[in-house]
Design a protein around this ligand. Structure first.
Ligand code: URA
Length: 258
């Protein structure tokens, strides 16, 4: 679970070990104390069984029950969402995407950065940093999301034109237009949208007279789902990935480039 990336770079004051473990999602303070006193936690190559030992958290690597972790103030990760999982802690008909994550991360209250339907696959970000979640879901930010759409019927030029020009959806005040709609094959389309409305892609495609058979999110902003990350797998975001997902600092080259 260790990584040496952005999640571990922030400076935090020294903490007693019990509180540090609690902050990382290993249970209540009492449970963390018991874990430590029971010899389940290793720091360096030694069991650390003093829950009141003080230490600087940043850069700290520790092993709990055989699994290595690195202290991180916040969790930022990507998951390759498989079909048949709901983006909810309280799923109604399918398993929860949170069941695909290690328990300490779930305990830390990570949230989905925008939801995917249960049958949609692909790139899903999760974080326990509320500001980051907000930045990447706020309609004002207009983060582009690219989907590979498989349609039930052959795509017609008029349907692509309608997606680019904008289609009117029920309960929306304005037409919604794709940033890009590129046909890949007779029934596959790369569709980029900048909003995150309920069932948006399915409703947009339906509004053109076609129907979505399968939906896969390939990219969010500059971040593309890595081919090496198979369905159901997750990994930490790296420094550069996280920086690219944050809003540009005012006056920076990225801000000026729009
Ligand atoms: N649009 C949809 O219709 N469903 C998704 O899961 C994501 C975007």
């Amino acid at each position: 679970m260790a990584g040496g990336d952005a999640r571990c770079m922030l400076k935090s004051p020294p903490m007693i070990f019990e509180r540090l473990l609690h902050s990382q999602g290993f249970g209540t303070r009492r449970q963390c104390r018991a874990l430590i006193e029971g010899g389940a936690v290793t720091v360096g190559d030694q069991v650390l069984d003093d829950p009141d030992a003080e230490m600087a958290p940043e850069g700290l690597s520790f092993i709990v029950d055989g699994v290595r972790w690195e202290y991180c103030e916040h969790v930022y990760l990507m998951l390759h969402k498989p079909a048949g999982f709901e983006c909810s802690r309280d799923p109604q008909h399918h398993a929860s995407v949170f069941s695909l994550l290690p328990r300490p991360l779930v305990e830390r209250n990570v949230q989905c950065v925008g939801r995917l339907d249960q049958d949609t696959t692909g790139l899903l970000l999760l974080s326990d940093d509320g500001a980051f979640v907000h930045q990447n879901t706020s309609p004002k930010r207009k983060v582009p999301k690219r989907y590979r759409v498989t349609t039930a019927r052959p795509l017609e030029e008029g349907q692509l034109d309608a997606l680019r020009a904008g289609v009117m959806l029920r309960d929306e005040a304005q037409p919604l237009a794709a940033l890009a709609a590129v046909r890949e094959s007779t029934t596959t389309l790369l569709l980029t949208i900048q909003e995150g409305k309920y069932h948006q892609v399915k409703r947009m495609v339906a509004a053109t007279g076609n129907h979505v058979e399968a939906l896969h999110r390939e990219a969010i902003g500059a971040l593309t789902l890595p081919a090496a990350l198979g369905p159901g797998a997750w990994r930490w975001l790296g420094d550069a990935e996280l920086a690219a997902l944050r809003p540009p600092a005012p006056g920076s080259d990225r801000a000026l480039a729009g």
